[in-house]
Design a binder for this molecule. Structure first.
Ligand code: IPE
Ligand code: IPE
Ligand code: MG
Length: 249
């Protein structure tokens, strides 16, 4: 489903049907910058503001978890200078917003291969996780150096090792058991996936977890995505009929 920006609309949200977990593919930073004849990195810089805006609003609405795709395992194919710039953004983001996120009771987490990031980036993210671990509001998870296929392969390896050591039998291998080995094991199920910038693909984001999520593809470029776009996405979600393979009475 496609939507053009920009609207001035009050969406009448059903507060009893707010998605518990929203996953965002934050796409379109480069095109946003290009339109302004600016370097791609400027788009990434502006895109971080959207994370803050949406996290605060999602928290206010009572969303339990929000996961943002910040860097994919495939994004290493980009120019080294762009990759280096993106790896510096967590420092900027948390310097600017950690205090406010703390005040709003937001918890920070990450999924992905943090160990592949520069040590300073690792430390900044770990500190934010540790400092916010006492909070009980929105769980804001950064998928950072994350790849969905990689996550599944890694989980499979751990389980194979357990099988080889005789810790489990084949009958123990259920969907629930497998899920407990994914990086998202402590997060609620994803109800809604929103991708900005009009691209209609997953790009290796949460392939297992999105099996029964609702998808919304919005044409808005990520730095332009704001509270109103979030409200619209939730309103569309609330208009969907989730059947999970069953038949509604
Ligand atoms: C998303 O914006 C951010 C990352 C992938 C890190 P892009 O950088 O993909 O922006 P476009 O798609 O080139 O416009
Ligand atoms: C997906 O966006 C990755 C992130 C948003 C971090 P990409 O811009 O990398 O995806 P493709 O290359 O268009 O599929
Ligand atoms: Mg892109």
């Amino acid at each position: 489903m496609f939507f053009k920006k920009k609207m001035q609309h009050d969406y009448d949200l059903d507060m009893h049907n707010i998605p518990g977990h929203i996953a965002f593919i934050m796409d379109g930073n480069g095109r946003w910058a290009k339109k302004r004849k600016m370097p791609r990195t400027y788009g990434h810089h502006e895109g971080t503001k959207t994370i803050r805006t949406l996290a605060l609003e999602a928290n206010r609405l009572g969303v339990k978890a929000m996961t943002v795709y910040a860097f994919s395992t495939e994004n290493f194919k980009r120019e080294a200078s762009e990759v280096e710039y993106i790896f510096k953004l967590p420092k900027e983001f948390f310097n600017l917003y950690l205090k406010e996120l703390m005040e709003n009771n937001v918890q920070i987490r990450y999924i992905g291969h943090l160990e592949m990031a520069p040590i300073e980036t690792q430390n900044i993210i770990k500190e934010a996780i540790q400092r916010t671990s006492v909070n009980s509001g929105l769980i804001l998870t950064f998928a950072f150096i994350y790849g969905g296929r990689d996550e599944i392969v890694e989980a499979t390896k751990v389980i194979c090792e357990k099988y080889k050591n005789g810790e489990i039998s084949l009958d123990d291998m259920t969907e629930d058991y497998f899920e407990q080995h994914l990086m998202t094991k402590d997060l609620p199920p994803v109800d809604l996936m929103v991708r900005s910038s009009g691209e209609c693909r997953l790009s290796n984001f949460l392939p297992w977890q999105l099996a029964y999520a609702e998808f919304i593809f919005d044409e808005t470029l990520w730095p332009d995505f704001d509270e109103e776009h979030l409200h619209r996405a939730i309103a569309i979600y609330q208009g969907r009929e989730r059947r999970f393979g069953g038949v509604l009475k």
